[in-house]
Design a protein around this ligand. Structure first.
Ligand SMILES: [Zn+2]
Length: 290
């Protein structure tokens, strides 16, 4: 009898040892990750391992990977798509160098794409795919694992022209500024606001998409002040509001305290990522980083 029990226990242990790694790897495969590099720069890694970079100014002063002379591009091993909300330098950032290094395809409006190719030598083949889109459109990328919707933004958009002569304007047309809703299959739906001001039609985003994480500009001066950013979180019905575009340079809010206080009044979940931090979702559930 005791021998039988021992045998059964041994069998069970063997089964666990053999099967456990399968469960663990399956769980890992269903995880999506969001990393903040400081300012408006985020990466999204899908459960299948595809990497999207949004507004990749990785050399911003908040990014720990860019401090003490470090090259933040050195750590980038894979980027499949670069999403640009608009053409301002603190959003285009290191997009050209990253595109050259990784072969990533550009997701932006056609005017911004065209001028980045012409003025900043963005690799032309990566800027002329069917990932070039307009506000109101939705595209499927990453073999159908990700849907990207381009949403309106009230802001401006121009592209810095490093080739401009002394008597030429140093800013070229950047098309309309935008935001993105990024719907990850078996993962979260993420809204990145770009630099938009608050606008009432953000409610349409909340009606049409089920936003798990809203990455909202809160720095004011050039975009939403903290109070309006909290209103934006409410309008898009964010399950979690994450602040961005603050503390990077003088003139914008230096911390997220005001935003957190406004969200508390509205009873909206808040999470402040630290530059360099990654949060993890399993399906639509935030499992790490909170
Ligand atoms: Zn801007």
């Amino acid at each position: 009898m005791i021998d039988d029990m021992k045998r059964e226990t041994t069998k069970l242990l063997f089964a666990l040892i053999i099967l456990l790694p399968c469960f663990v790897s399956q769980a890992t495969a269903q995880e999506a990750k969001i990393k903040w590099f400081g300012h408006a720069a985020f990466s999204v890694t899908t459960p299948n391992g595809k990497v999207l970079l949004i507004d990749p100014w990785l050399n911003n002063p908040s990014n720990p990977e860019a401090k003490n002379g470090k090259d933040p591009l050195g750590a980038l091993t894979r980027v499949d798509y670069i999403l640009l909300t608009h053409g301002h330098r603190d959003h285009v950032g290191d997009a050209v160098a990253i595109a050259r290094k990784t072969g990533a395809a550009l997701v932006s409006n056609p005017e911004l794409a065209g001028n980045l190719v012409k003025l900043s030598d963005f690799p032309v083949k990566q800027a002329e795919t069917n990932a070039i889109m307009g506000i109101g459109g939705e595209i499927q990328i990453a073999d159908g694992e990700v849907t990207v919707a381009m949403t309106p933004a009230i802001h401006s958009s121009s592209v810095f022209n490093p080739k401009a002569g002394a008597n030429e304007p140093e800013r070229a047309y950047g098309g309309n500024p935008a935001g993105f809703v990024i719907i990850v299959k078996n993962g979260p739906t993420i809204y990145h606001s770009g630099d938009t001001a608050y606008f009432k039609d953000m409610e349409t985003i909340g009606e049409n998409y089920s936003v798990d994480a809203a990455l909202l500009n809160i720095g004011g001066h050039f975009g939403m002040e903290p109070k309006m950013a909290a209103k934006a979180a409410q309008a898009v019905r964010a399950r979690l509001a994450v602040p961005q575009h603050f503390g990077t340079f003088p003139g914008i809010a230096q911390n997220a305290g005001g935003f957190a206080a406004e969200l508390k009044k509205l009873k909206i979940n808040f999470y402040e990522m630290k530059p360099g931090e990654t949060i993890t979702y399993r399906g639509k559930q935030l499992i790490k980083g909170k």
